[in-house]
Design a protein around this ligand. Structure first.
Ligand code: PMP
Length: 378
């Protein structure tokens, strides 16, 4: 008897980032600069709110999209802090930004639809598109300082283009799209039936005053889908909480998918989400900005080519001059230099590697010393 599975699913493998991270973890004595989450604990006030909710037996099925008080809190927060106007009915709380991206793509993609993914990119997008029988169309940005070039975007669009993913600040580059870039993208897309998936999960970790989300273009609100997460700004990665916002007709479909996928997020975490939204994020942003400055200085002093990131907690380092592909380079650096960085190819871009600075000053110094020694040994 021959059993067949879903063809799209059998073609997608477990993320290369995870596999390489496990290799680093399992290499004795290795120092990792791989992880993509803040090395901080969830703030006490957030934990206390969840504990109190448990003690109050807030443990029953909540409404599918989230408690009304949470949807209202998100709606208020987005408008007052970020100028994005979404009614509570236009929001769904999700199992991290991951679920938000998953159901948003499910809601819009038919088989064969193309999704433009600027690369380097977080690997989840390609996998999600393929899992829905969509076609990822990659738009390289490594030769334009990771900014999207409007002409290149225009050339990537076909009659089958259904969506584009915009990630700013970006994983893995830390790039923040400039006003000029956003204007250029808007000029190309404004009269086209193409959805814009704004993955803004690193928005709170921004080191420039001039941050704007594409979602601010109100004339494209009918095609914009915003994805947010509690993971990074509040050190809540393990809570698995995020949300998605979109214009009513699109959101009503996303909410149906959410209901049949997970019913709802857990009940007793929702008060904690409101508490989190009330917390300032300047301190965490300042902490990562200082680390960014240190790591950037060190890498430049080693003679490595790297763009100064304006957000998130990653750097995407050019290793093309060493004449090795990124997996060979990173594997050798791990084995010989005992320091782990993620090969750029896992983000769709050869000739680079990703460093994460979610580590203590001491660990960053040790990791960078090892990178320096390895490079000198070549
Ligand atoms: N988008 C980007 C760009 C990310 O880097 C990540 C996590 N690494 C996510 C989405 C998913 O975040 P969450 O923990 O909210 O699922």
């Amino acid at each position: 008897m021959k059993l067949t599975l879903n063809n799209a699913v059998t073609q997608v493998e477990i993320s290369g980032i995870r596999q390489f991270s496990y290799l680093v973890r399992d290499t004795p004595g290795a120092c990792a600069l791989t992880i993509g989450e803040p090395d901080l604990n969830t703030p006490d006030a957030v934990k206390e709110a969840a504990k109190a909710a448990l003690d109050d037996n807030d443990t029953h099925y909540p409404p599918g999209n989230g408690y009304t008080y949470l949807l209202e809190a998100i709606s208020r927060f987005e408008e007052t802090a970020h100028g994005l106007v979404y009614a509570p009915e236009e929001i769904v709380t999700t199992v991290g930004a991951t679920e938000a991206l998953s159901i948003a793509l499910s809601a819009i993609l038919n088989p064969g639809d193309e999704v433009i993914i600027p690369t380097p990119a977080f690997g989840l997008y390609e996998a999600l598109v393929r899992l829905r029988d969509g076609v990822p169309v990659f738009l390289p940005t490594e030769d334009s300082r990771f900014q999207i070039v409007p002409e290149a975007l225009a050339a990537a669009i076909t009659p089958r283009t259904k969506a584009i993913v915009l990630t700013s600040p970006n994983n893995p580059t830390g790039c923040v799209y400039t006003r000029e870039t956003l204007e250029g993208i808007h000029r190309i897309l404004r009269d086209k039936p193409i959805f814009v998936l704004c993955d803004d999960v690193y928005r709170a970790l921004c080191y420039t005053e001039d941050y704007h989300s594409f979602a601010e273009y109100a004339d494209m609100r009918d095609r914009s889908i915003v994805v947010q997460s509690f993971s990074k700004p509040y050190a809540m990665t393990g809570w698995r909480l995020g949300y998605c916002m979109a214009d009513r007709p699109v959101m009503s479909r996303i909410q149906v998918l959410h209901q049949y996928a997970v019913t709802s997020i857990p009940s007793f975490v929702q008060r904690a989400c409101v508490t989190a939204l009330g917390l300032p994020t300047n301190d965490i942003a300042e902490l990562f900005r200082k680390r960014r400055d240190y790591v950037y200085r060190r890498l430049r002093a080693m003679g490595l080519e790297v763009e100064e990131p304006q957000g998130a907690f990653y750097m995407f380092i050019d290793i093309r001059k060493f004449g090795m592909d990124s997996v060979t380079f990173c594997t050798r650096m791990l084995k010989e230099g005992l320091v782990g960085l993620i090969p750029g190819i896992y983000f769709g871009t050869e000739g680079f590697m990703r460093l994460s600075y979610c580590y203590s000053d001491q660990d960053l110094k040790e990791g960078l010393d090892r990178v320096e020694r390895f490079i000198k040994s070549l």
